[in-house]
Write a protein that binds this ligand. Structure first.
Ligand SMILES: O=C[C@H](O)COP(=O)(O)O
Length: 250
């Protein structure tokens, strides 16, 4: 059975307390419009998680953008999955390419972070994706499937793990792969998940991320094995994010 889609907003290092208005606008749109056939998630910066979680509109889950592998301890500046759960988060993004690049995170570390997320009963969104040089060298599937194999925990099930395919060169650039290219990568990821997890592999949600906006959401979301979106820039304004959620309205 096709999994319920997830439209997730990753606010990255954007958002102040005043951004609560965008969350409210999103909630108003969701409650006013015809029901969207997808789950909706906002991952604000750490500083806003508790406030957002306690005021989250109906139908909007709140998540985080990273966590440490440990539950607690001497790790200055880090946040654990237990703390995120305590603050009201229900999802945690791990292995975003910006963290892999900015903080040198390896796939093994990403898997350990995902395991920490699962251990707290939260859901992990495990990000994978090739750089432009890797795509140009014809290595897209090798890179992406290698990251999936190494970053997705052995204990993953469709209810606790989401895979997000984000070509690094498409993030924040306004460029996207063709729908056929997206379908090829997503179908390859699906195949790898089925090979590893059996029939359950068909139940995992595989999100596409990278310059998703209202004008291209419908065609990207219709591609084979695309079960939602991980949205950066266009998630910061409720009106844009709502336009992406519209891809899942009848
Ligand atoms: O996590 C979200 C992605 O990095 C996509 O960002 P973007 O929609 O701004 O391209």
């Amino acid at each position: 059975m096709k999994p319920t889609a997830l439209v997730a907003g990753n606010w990255k290092m954007n958002g102040l307390a005043s951004s609560q208005a965008e969350l409210e606008a999103l909630g108003n749109y969701l409650s006013d419009g015809s029901a969207a056939d997808c789950d909706v998630l906002i991952c604000p910066p750490f500083t806003l998680i508790a406030a957002f979680a306690s005021n989250a509109p109906t139908g909007v889950a709140i998540g985080a953008q990273d966590c440490h592998t440990n539950k607690s301890g001497a790790h200055t500046g880090d946040i654990s999955a237990e703390m995120l759960s305590d603050a009201g988060a229900s999802y945690v993004i791990v292995g975003h390419s910006e963290r892999r690049a900015d903080h040198g995170e390896s796939s093994a570390l990403v898997r350990d972070k995902a395991n920490a997320v699962l251990a707290e009963g939260l859901k992990a969104i495990v990000c994978v994706g090739e750089t432009e040089a890797e795509r140009d060298a014809g290595k897209t599937l090798d890179v992406v499937l290698g990251q999936v194999a190494q970053s997705v925990p052995a204990g993953s099930i469709p209810e606790n793990t989401v895979v997000a395919y984000e070509p690094v060169w498409a993030i924040g650039t306004g460029r996207t792969p063709t729908v056929a290219d997206v379908a090829e990568v997503h179908t390859a990821i699906r195949g790898a998940l089925v090979e590893r997890f059996g029939d359950a592999g068909n139940g995992f949600r595989i999100l596409y991320g990278g310059s998703v906006k209202p004008s291209n959401a419908a065609e990207l979301m219709a591609a084979d094995n695309v079960n939602g979106a991980l949205v950066g820039g266009a998630s910061l304004k409720a009106s844009d994010f709502n336009g992406i959620i519209d891809a899942y309205r009848n």
